[in-house]
Design a protein around this ligand. Structure first.
Ligand SMILES: [Mn+2]
Length: 241
């Protein structure tokens, strides 16, 4: 039976990603989806991007991909106007950007903000109970790449902005878009809530790279498996949990 396989944040960890696919014994009929953030922090950003294209793996837009997409858009616009790019890339990111081929750029630009299959939705970060994907605005779709904490009134709080009564989005998610599989926030182990799975287990920080395997997308909560591989190295020093 064909499987739907969703990968947590890869962040340039190509070796671990290849090893994980080997452990999963990937078959042609399998559908593979990345939750996004395949780029930055780890050792092989450009190579991971090439590899997932070559293997026909679908990419959901992460905040790290989106930054390059927006940067590129400004670069093109500013070529004519001569203005400075309002988006800043550090040296590491600039090197990654300069190594993107036209095909890489198109692939990043075409990454959807979510992929929905039956009762399974894959998005990068999170959603609120007031966003309905089919009728979502551009701004709401963009928010899917970075939502973490929500205020009591379901307002998205920016990183570091906390307030009394705030909740992590998945802990109050009502299931209106089915079972959501996401990354973005690093957890020591997979975070399973009532209608969601957070599968970024921090490979680039020396944690694990995790895949969630769904055997029936009509009922993912009761038809899934988890497979993780350990990071071969700690590539980024940012604190883990
Ligand atoms: Mn992210």
């Amino acid at each position: 039976m064909a499987r739907t396989i969703i990968y947590g944040d890869i962040h340039g960890c190509l070796e671990e990603f290849k090893f994980l696919r080997k452990e999963l014994d990937i078959q042609k009929a399998d559908q593979e989806i990345s939750v996004g953030d395949v780029l930055d922090r780890g050792p092989y950003s450009n190579e991971v991007l090439r590899y997932i294209q070559k293997k026909g793996i679908e990419l959901v837009m992460g905040n790290h991909e989106y930054k390059y997409v927006r940067y590129h858009k400004h670069e093109l616009a500013n070529k004519e106007s001569g203005k400075k790019n309002p988006i800043k890339l550090n040296d590491e990111k600039l090197a990654i950007y300069e190594n993107l081929s036209d095909k890489d750029i198109s692939f990043l630009q075409s990454a959807p903000f979510y992929i929905k299959i039956d009762n399974l939705t894959v998005l990068h970060a999170g959603i609120t109970n007031t966003i309905f994907l089919e009728e979502a605005s551009k701004k709401e779709l963009e928010s899917l790449t970075r939502t973490r904490m929500l205020s009591a009134s379901q307002k998205t709080l920016a990183l570091g902005q906390d307030e009394f009564g705030a909740t992590y989005w998945s802990e109050c998610y009502d299931g209106h878009e089915g079972v959501i599989v996401y990354g973005h926030e690093v957890f020591a182990k997979v975070k399973k809530d009532k209608y969601s799975f957070g599968i970024d287990t921090g490979c680039v920080y020396g944690g694990k790279l995790t895949a969630l395997i769904v055997s029936d997308t009509k009922d993912p909560l009761w038809n899934y498996d988890l497979v993780s591989v350990d990071a071969f190295e700690k590539y980024s020093e940012k604190k883990l949990f």
